[in-house]
Ligand binder design. Sequence first.
Ligand code: HEC
Length: 189
Amino acid sequence: MSSIRWIVAAALAGMTLTALAASEAELTREARALVKQYAHRLKHELKHALSEEGVTGAIKACRVKAPDIGAEVSDASGWSVRRTSLKLRSLDDVPDKWEVKVLESFERRKAAGEPVARIDHAEVVTQKGRRWFRYMKAIPTQKVCLKCHGGDISEDVREALDASYPFDQARGFKEGDIRGAFTLKRALD
Ligand code: HEC
C-alpha cells in the first residue's frame, strides 16, 4: 500500500474509534438517565407503601411493583433495566458472569475509598455473537433499607420475608454497604 493510502486508512480507523467513543459516552448518559428514572420510581413506590401499609405490607409492594417498574422502563426505552446483587433476595435477580465480575470490582472500588453513590461501569461486550452496551451502577444501602435488608429485622418482617423468599440472602447489610446494582443493557447490532 502506498503511504498516502496508509494515512487515509489510519485516519478512517481513527474516525471510527472517535465515533465509537462518542456513542459510548452518549449511551452512558442515556443509561444514567434511565437509572435515575427507575430509582426515583422505586423509591416513590417504597415510601408510599411504607407509609400506607407498614413494613410487612411494603414487602408485597416490592415483590410486585419492583419487577413491574423495571419492565415498564425497559419497554419504554428499548433497554433491559433490572437490579441484581451478590447477596440476593429474589431469584429473578440472579447476576450473570459479567455482572458478578462487575459487582466484585465495585466491592474493591468501595474498599479503596470510592464513594458508593458514584461507582458505575460501562462496557461494550460481545456475548452469544452479538455486541451489547452494558452499564451497571452501585446501589448504596440507606437507613430506610435496613428495615428489610439490615441485621436486626423485626420478627413480623422476618416471617413475611421467609414466607416469600425462602432462599433470602439479602439481610445483614449496614448503612453505606453496596446493596446491589442497577444493570442495563442494549444490543448494538
Ligand atoms: C419493605 C421491605 C423493603 C425495604 C424497606 C427495602 N427493600 Fe429491597 N427488596 C425487598 C424485597 C421484597 C425485594 C425482592 C423484590 C422482588 O421480588 O423482585 C427486594 C429486592 C431488592 C433488590 C434486588 C436484588 C435482590 O436481592 O433481589 C435491591 C437491589 C434492593 N432490594 C435494594 C433496596 C434498597 C437500596 C433499599 C432502600 C432504599 C431497599 N431495597 C429497601 C424489600 C425491601
